[in-house]
Design a protein around this ligand. Sequence first.
Ligand code: NAD
Length: 346
Amino acid sequence: MSEAGPDQSRKDDCLVITGAGGFIGGSLVRYFHDEGFTRIRAVDKKPLAEWFQRVPEVECLSLDVSQPENCRRACEGAVEVYNLAADMGGMGFIERFRIECLRSILITAHMVEAAYRAGAERYFFSSSACAYNTGLQNDPNARALKESDAYPAMAERGYGWEKLLSEMFCQEYWAERGLKTFIARFHNCYGPHGTWDGGREKAPAAICRKVIEAKDRGTDAIDIWGDGSQARSYMYIDDCIQGIDKIAHCDELIATPINLGSSELVSVNELVSLVEEIAGVKLKRSYKLDAPKGVGGRNSDNTMIRRILKWAPSTPLREGLAKTYAWIEQQCQARKAGKRTVRDAM
Ligand code: NAD
């Protein structure tokens, strides 16, 4: 869509968003709804009561899109398809449940075929920085990853290889069948309405929760996975959503994987210090050296996205974390008060 937003005449186009019961899919549904789209179909395998966000006036379907007939139903009449459904989580999940991660290939295989058969004009796929060659990411000071660094391939076992193969599906549907596909390699995304507890949460949410719980219990220490030197960049959800819209509507990017991530690199120790600052506490750190910690260092090289879109994620980590912390604090209070929270909805 243009800077001025979507063309008015396209606002009745049917947009299909899978993974809509989760973090990024749910936020994308809300975004398009707020942009004035009138025919949004939100799809997720979770029962509706467990979706992280429910947006009024949006058609919501509880369907497992690893099944071809459900994909056909999901894609009926679709003009644009955004496939964000995947079995995923933070390092604790993807290092432990590789089979579940690999099985997401069924979602890609059936969704892209159903989108093509439905005559969709555009198909967006959420890939991941885990598709990059892990050999380039041993050092916390490793250089930022550029798009060509996925090959020669040595992706993260399970989750990363599934993303790489899904990217290839997207590229071949364009090459052989002319479906316009778009592929963004997300780097860690965080923000309100994301998973914050239960085993699938990622570092920013996990650290916010641990600091909030330590404050609440009056304890003075928190556990940290690894030695805290692992470095990552973290993208705020609003940047992710804007980036998806821009990428999916840029024809120069058809079938071309592109980084969608922040380039503000921090170590886990620095992340903890930022959260402590926001919370107004200082805690002792207990390092769990045998816990899952992923690669040593991973950052997003944003040269390509700046060149092509004249844009890149720009929310400062401190600013996005403050909003995320406030939201997780509310969730913790709601849970204490016996109310329903996103975590209980998992
Ligand atoms: P999420 O877990 O919050 O949402 C994913 C949703 O997909 C869940 O609600 C889940 O129920 C749904 N789903 C899983 N299998 C399904 C199926 N068979 N049929 C229908 N729905 C199914 O995750 P998220 O953070 O919103 O991630 C969205 C996408 O972005 C995923 O493809 C993920 O791999 C990718 N991604 C996310 C990040 C990140 O930092 N959050 C980073 C890289 C890539």
